[in-house]
Design a protein around this ligand. Structure first.
Ligand SMILES: *Cc1c(COP(=O)(O)O)cnc(C)c1O
Length: 428
């Protein structure tokens, strides 16, 4: 696919072609586990990674492969690995880089599940995370030590309103000789291109805007192909003979595709967090209209955030797309097409008013998801960020008195009317 095509064209065509067997124009759902080898030599060549092809659907599948190509193209990466969820993608991104005793430096402002995955679950593998305020660049630098293998942050951080200064963080990562991993879930490649801002790896929860309608869970890791894994001895799985693949040197053999091949040949093979072809199909359908939906999500979010900001019953709105946001200027460079559609509001009347607001909304659904065509609402502190201490909730932007809104693509007049009636009840 020519990379001179615009985003609107690539989101429909990248990675896909008419089915060679039937001419089917839409990418078929290849609902198969196995693929017939031509002969024993063909099978051996595939297993040796001397020939690229399909072996078994835990590793690769033609429907999933189209999605991998499409998302890699949209993010401007060399390759991508799809997996079963956004959380799976985060483990898959870290897996080739980490080992017992190694750590990552991560932003305090992140999806609640990510904060728990990094502070609790990865310690079972002997990995650890140091959490830092990413607006304090000196603190980010100071947190990096000889065992740090990556820096991790979100472009537009969930639960909203915060935009990371990606070029500044990328510069720190470069200086330390480690990759920057950016979770681009809330922004999507339409609003933000982390690789252009210096990211090495991009991860996604495709569950959100990429699929876009709340139907499947899925994730992806996209590699820029630009990091020199052999520049130091920090990444032996990629730069030295890999014992888990009969001594293959991935960087030497695959160059800019080393990380992607490692993710499939070892990550998916041994961790098994594979995306199924049916889910890949739904996500491909969603991505075809990504730019159209994101434009509407952004324009609705602006209208709703502006209306809320001017309402007496509201204490604060943290939307980076509002001129009053401390991140408004940064948003112009990091995500010039808009600051997403996810933000928090604090209601006058505190915690109790928040709970009443959530329960009084009729059009907004009270669910844990985000990035749906439907508008959604949740009280983060008691749900997605529940496992955190109050101090960590505040640092993450999920204080007890705030409600998170994920603005959908409905008629904005109806969304505002719904908020208006619910606020009347919440603050009466
Ligand atoms: C939802 C989400 C995740 C986790 O993705 P799942 O698909 O639910 O596993 C990670 N990061 C962000 C920013 C998210 O919103």
């Amino acid at each position: 696919m020519s990379d001179t095509y615009g985003f609107d064209t690539l989101q429909i065509h990248a990675g896909a072609q008419p089915d060679p067997a039937t001419g089917a124009r839409q990418t078929p759902i290849y609902q198969t586990t196995g693929y017939v080898f031509r002969d024993a030599d063909h099978a051996a060549a595939l297993f040796n990674l001397q020939e690229v092809g399909f072996i078994y659907s835990r590793l690769t599948n033609p429907t999933v492969a189209v999605l991998q190509d499409r998302i890699a193209t949209l993010e401007g990466g060399a390759g991508a690995v799809c997996c079963s969820s956004g959380h799976a993608a985060q483990i898959m991104a870290l897996f080739p880089l980490m080992g017992p005793g190694k750590n990552i430096v991560a932003s305090t402002r992140a999806y609640g599940g990510t904060l728990t995955q990094f502070s609790q679950t990865i310690t079972r593998f002997g990995w650890s995370a140091t959490f830092v305020d990413f607006d304090d660049l000196d603190a980010v630098k100071a947190a990096i030590d000889d065992d740090t293998r990556a820096i991790f942050c979100e472009s537009i951080a969930n639960p909203g309103g915060y935009v990371t200064d990606l070029p500044a963080i990328a510069k720190i990562a470069d200086g330390a000789g480690i990759p920057l991993i950016v979770d681009n879930t809330s922004a999507t490649p339409y609003l933000c291109n982390p690789i252009e801002h210096g990211a090495t790896l991009v991860v996604h929860s495709m569950t959100k805007y990429l699929t876009g309608n709340g139907t499947v869970t899925g994730g992806a890791v996209i590699d820029s192909g630009k990091f020199d894994w052999s520049a130091s001895d920090k990444f032996p799985s990629l730069s030295q003979p890999e014992p888990a693949y009969h001594g293959l040197n991935f960087h030497e053999t695959f160059g800019p595709l080393a990380f992607t091949f490692h993710g499939i040949a070892i990550g998916l093979r041994d961790l098994g967090m594979t995306l199924n072809p049916q889910a890949a199909h739904y996500t491909l359908m969603g991505i075809e209209t990504l730019s159209l939906r994101m434009e509407r999500h952004v324009s609705n979010a602006r209208k709703v955030a502006e209306w809320l900001e001017n309402d007496d019953r509201i204490e604060m709105v943290t939307y980076a797309g509002l001129p009053s946001s401390p991140y408004a200027e940064r948003a112009q460079t990091i995500c010039p097409r808009g600051a997403g559609a996810l933000f928090t509001v604090s209601v006058k009347g505190g915690y109790d008013a928040c709970v009443k607001l959530v329960e009084s909304l009729k059009l907004f659904s009270h669910v844990a998801n985000l990035g749906d065509t439907r508008s959604l609402v949740i009280h983060s502190a008691s749900t997605t960020h529940r496992q955190l201490s109050e101090q960590d909730q505040i640092a993450a932007g999920a204080a007890p008195e705030v409600v998170r809104l994920s603005i959908g693509i409905e008629d904005p007049i109806d969304l505002i009317a719904d908020l208006d009636q619910a606020l009347a009840i919440a603050t009466s």
